[in-house]
Design a protein around this ligand. Structure first.
Ligand code: R5P
Length: 297
């Protein structure tokens, strides 16, 4: 079988070259031109006739990227691509998984339904599955979820002595408990009340669990950073050691990264699903494995 062609889509980081190397894929060239009226023209510079293609996309700040993504998929098909896979290491629009206030739409569903119309499968890393148990509840294409827990656990084992794994809210229990099991450390989750987009309140239920341990906060997404910042402050008030903050997807809205360090985090480390200087945990190997098993099906 001829190997698919991989097109980096708004993704220009080490993970692209690493994935190309590990999966022995050819790199495709796609360019976008923005006209003076802000409309987009897509040009595919690689022959894709009768070939399967994969878009490796950074879909953070997704609104601006969605139309170019749809146009790319249409252009690739028009030029004869037989199959289009999407690797979106960070999958956006997963947090609006219910109507939180009267009149609100459930955008996770609409986004999923739109993507499902244009690509044939999806690989992503730890999507925010809270009220959904699986992506199949909203995506109608085959999906494969890669977990960052093992690479994160490996990083913690190599860098932290006597860690205590802390999830800043109940939703993070799935990551905190798995990681703790793999590093053989105790874990706990905090109780979080979200007042609005930028205001959260967290409570550590049992401070005695901290004794002589380095707190390692783990969460799937660091967006405004407020969840982690409040947790860091809470730990500071009970005189715990300065914590290490680990995020799967570091979105770091505005100055979130700097604010988190200023709040007292000893170090902030993220996986390379979203390019950022804090990327210290490489997921290209687990993504390449997922790609290989999807191709083998
Ligand atoms: C939400 O439930 C997630 O797991 C994260 O805790 C949340 O997205 C973090 O957002 P922020 O950094 O804006 O507090």
């Amino acid at each position: 079988m001829v190997a698919p062609i991989l097109f980096p889509f708004f993704h220009d980081s080490a993970i692209v070259s690493s994935l190309l190397m590990q999966s022995h894929l050819e790199k495709g060239d796609i360019i976008f031109h923005t006209f003076p009226d802000a409309e987009t023209c897509v040009r595919v510079n690689t022959t894709v006739k009768n070939r399967a293609v994969i878009l490796l996309a950074d879909l953070t700040k997704p609104n601006d990227k969605l139309l170019p993504l749809i146009f790319s998929a249409e252009t690739l098909r028009a030029q004869g691509a037989t199959f289009i896979g999407l690797i979106a290491p960070y999958l956006p629009y997963m947090r609006q998984d219910k109507s939180f206030h009267a009149g609100e739409g459930i955008t996770s569903r609409y986004f999923a339904s739109l993507l499902s119309r244009y690509v044939d499968w999806l690989i992503t890393v730890d999507p925010h599955l809270h009220r959904y148990h699986s992506l199949n509840e909203i995506y109608t294409i085959p999906t494969s979820v890669v977990h960052a827990t093992e690479p994160i656990a490996r990083w913690i084992k190599q860098h932290v002595e006597k860690p205590l794994i802390i999830g800043p809210d109940e939703e993070s229990q799935q990551w905190a408990s798995h990681i703790a099991m793999q590093v053989d450390a105790p874990w706990t989750v905090l109780k979080k009340i979200r007042h609005d987009d930028r205001q959260v309140e967290v409570t550590l239920l049992d401070p005695t669990i901290l004794q002589n341990r380095i707190p390692v906060l783990v969460d799937d997404i660091i967006a405004t950073g407020k969840t982690m910042i409040e947790t860091v402050k809470q730990l500071h008030t009970i005189r715990a050691a300065a914590p290490i903050c680990v995020g799967v997807h570091g979105l770091f809205v505005e100055n979130a990264y700097e604010e988190l360090l200023a709040a007292g985090a000893l170090q902030v480390v993220t996986c390379n699903t979203v390019p950022h200087p804090s990327n210290g945990i490489d997921l290209s190997e687990v993504l390449a494995e997922a790609l290989l098993s999807l191709r083998a099906e």
